[in-house]
Design a protein around this ligand. Sequence first.
Ligand code: ATP
Length: 250
Amino acid sequence: MIKTSSDPKHPRFLSNFYRDLLSEGVRKGITSLQGLTAHGRGETFDYLMGEKTCSFARVSIQAAASLLLLSKFPVISVNGNTVILSGKGLVKLSQLINCPLEINLYHASKLRERKIFTYLQNLGGMNILLPDKTKIKGIYSNRKMISKSGQKMADLVFIPLEDGDRTRALIHLGKKVITIDLNPLSRTANDATITIVDNIVRALPLLIQVITQFRQLSRNELQSKLNSYDNKKNLARALRFIRKRLAELA
Ligand code: ATP
């Protein structure tokens, strides 16, 4: 297990804690160096929103739970940041909805893929897929490489902390996409079917909690929760929240 030297009394303890985890993830060959800067972009938006789960995120978590329970073949796509920040939660989610965890890396290497595979296995992950020779059209990065028994077949792909190209390509293929992204302006946030604007370390445990509750609901009840959700309106709420908070602080 990765350890941190961060002092719990420090006012930015949690932020330092997750930075330590990710730095250790780099040393272990799981997180890429570029993943650290991507985390920094997320932290900026988290700071602007007060580092807490806002009501608009709770609304999208409910919609995401409904869609995950309604879909026929969901797949969870994981990368070097998500497994380090939320590996246990991702494994738990894959067990809860009985779906594969598919490793998909921007800065890919066979060695990193194997390390992430072993890391997830050690956390109890059983259904873990690696990319094979299957490709998604319209992507020029390594993220085009997917698994034919995973994302290729999926009707829904859960891709937290993703870049816009793959989100767009998956949507063009007719798949639904759920993301967790602190940046309500990103291409991923705007193209996804459901965007949870929150930090993955807070949002994933809540998503798991809501799925556990919603498992008692009928398909009709889940569908009606989904029907009342509007991603664009919810993203607009996030932006208005940031504007209001900054205006108040100013
Ligand atoms: P896009 O291509 O979609 O416009 P991007 O180029 O910023 O976005 P990446 O660099 O791949 O995409 O970054 C991934 C996204 O993850 C960023 O939008 C960032 O804000 C977000 N992010 C980083 N860390 C976290 C976190 N801990 N929780 C939630 N979101 C995060």
